[in-house]
Each structure stands twice: as structure tokens, then as C-alpha cells.
Write a protein that binds this ligand. Structure first.
Ligand code: PEP
Length: 248
């Protein structure tokens, strides 16, 4: 039985004071429940100080594909490890669409994360146009293949996947549990065709306007193993309720 895992993506939100209040509320409420918060780079030290010794892990939302050097403004995997990160989000749709990250670059970042010992949370998902033109599976397969071809199928033993339909992120439109389950099953079957053991243990999170009110229905689906939560991860009661729904 796969354990469910919920991760919060704070995006570019927060302040030292706001984070302190949010983490102080999350810590006791999530005692004993595995969860993750992916915070902006400057707040990694705060997350480490506040969360060390709890069951809440922390991570970043992006990293460089490079190990070190003249790459102004970039942050390496080793730097994230210095701040105790376990996870790093790779290939979020906002990175792909707003910052032009290609499938190949996402694969390089995924490999850089794993080479340093971090677990990538690899995001895949189709746009509204792609869904409406019936190419959802082809898009998700292409995004996955870029990583599998570069890093190998066994690399997914040390990764988490997040299926995030772009049209559902931050829009208030959630994929129905059936729509999400269909793509999750497609992903798991595709991976099972290459390596059944990898597919069986792989955590595939759903992301896209998940909130307390819709979490239980989504988490009840057999191939949905948790969530990647944006907006609702900034509201303690919402995030706690989602994590509890997943842990049930
Ligand atoms: C996300 O940021 O990955 C996300 C799914 O955002 P939201 O939950 O706000 O749709």
C-alpha cells in the first residue's frame, strides 16, 4: 500500500512573520503526518529551524541544472541540501510556461536534484487547449519520456510525480476525481509497462485547486497518492484538512 504524501507549494508568497505563524499552526496539527512544504529560497533556513524534528519535510520550488559556477542568480542542489531540503519541485507549469523551461531542461534539473540526493517532485500536465484537442495523454507521455529517457526508469524510485492540469492550477477549476484518476492511471500503466515495481511504489500527486472541500473525493481514487497544493497550502486550516484527508 502506497503512503499518501501532500506537499504545499507556497509559490512566491510569505514573509518571515507570516511563515512563522503558518508553520507554528502546522506543526502541532500535523504531528505524526508526513507532509512537505516547498518554500521560497530565502525562507529555507526558517523552514529548517522551525520544522527540524517534526514529520513535516521541506524543500524548494526550483533548482539549477548546474552544480556550481558562473550562473548568476541560480541555486544549486547542494545549496538546497545545506538547508536540509528533502524535496524540490521540478518542471512546475509556471516554470515551463513563464520561464521557458523545456522538457530537456526539466530532465537536467531532475537529474541534478537526484545526483545530490534530493527527491524531485516532477510536475507534468496539459494546458486547456491540449485537453480540448484530445492530446492530454500524448503531452503527459512526452513530458515523462523526456525524464525517463535521460535518467532511466529506475530513477522514479527516488522521485514523486505530480499530475497538474495547467487549466486547474490557481483557477479554482479542479479536475473531477474521475478526470484526475484517468490520467493518474494512464501514467501508472505507462510506467508499469517499463517496470511494474517502480509503478507500484510511485507516489503520484494531483495538483490543481485542491482544497479541504474537494480533497477527500480526490484522495479516495486508487491512483491518486496525495496532492501538490498551491493556494490552499498558505491557509493552515485548509492545508491541515487536506493532509488529514490524504492520511485517512
Ligand atoms: C500549484 O501551485 O502547484 C497548484 C496546484 O496551485 P493551486 O493549488 O493554487 O491550484
Amino acid at each position: 500500500m502506497r503512503k499518501k504524501l501532500v506537499a504545499g507549494n507556497w509559490k512566491m508568497h510569505g514573509s518571515l512573520a507570516e511563515n512563522a505563524a503558518l508553520l507554528a499552526a502546522l506543526k502541532p496539527a500535523l504531528a505524526g503526518i508526513d507532509a512537505v512544504v516547498c518554500v521560497p529560497f530565502p525562507y529555507l533556513a526558517q523552514a529548517q529551524a522551525e520544522l527540524a524534528g517534526s514529520t513535516i519535510a521541506w524543500g524548494a520550488q526550483n533548482l539549477s541544472e548546474q552544480a556550481k559556477g558562473a550562473f548568476t542568480g541560480e541555486v544549486s542542489a547542494a545549496m538546497l541540501l545545506d538547508f536540509g531540503c528533502t524535496y524540490v519541485i521540478v518542471g512546475h507549469s509556471e516554470r515551463r510556461s513563464l520561464y521557458g523551461e523545456s522538457d530537456a531542461l526539466v530532465a537536467s534539473k531532475y537529474m541534478a536534484a537526484q545526483a545530490a540526493g534530493l527527491k524531485p517532485i516532477l510536475c507534468v500536465g496539459e494546458s486547456l487547449d491540449e485537453r480540448e484537442s484530445g492530446v492530454t495523454e500524448a503531452v503527459v507521455a512526452r513530458q515523462l519520456d523526456a525524464v525517463i529517457n535521460a535518467a532511466g526508469i529506475a530513477s522514479l524510485m527516488n522521485a514523486v510525480l505530480a499530475y497538474e492540469p495547467v487549466w486547474a492550477i490557481g483557477t479554482g477549476k479542479t479536475a473531477s476525481p474521475e478526470q484526475a484518476q484517468a490520467v493518474h492511471a494512464f501514467i501508472r500503466n505507462k510506467i508499469a509497462a517499463l517496470d511494474p515495481a517502480v509503478a507500484d511504489q510511485l507516489v503520484i500527486q494531483y495538483g490543481g485547486s485542491v482544497k479541504a472541500a474537494n480533497a477527500s473525493e480526490l484522495m479516495a481514487k486508487p491512483d491518486i497518492d496525495g496532492g501538490l497544493i498551491g493556494g490552499a497550502s498558505l491557509v493552515a486550516e485548509e492545508f491541515v484538512a487536506i493532509c488529514r484527508a490524504a492520511a485517512k
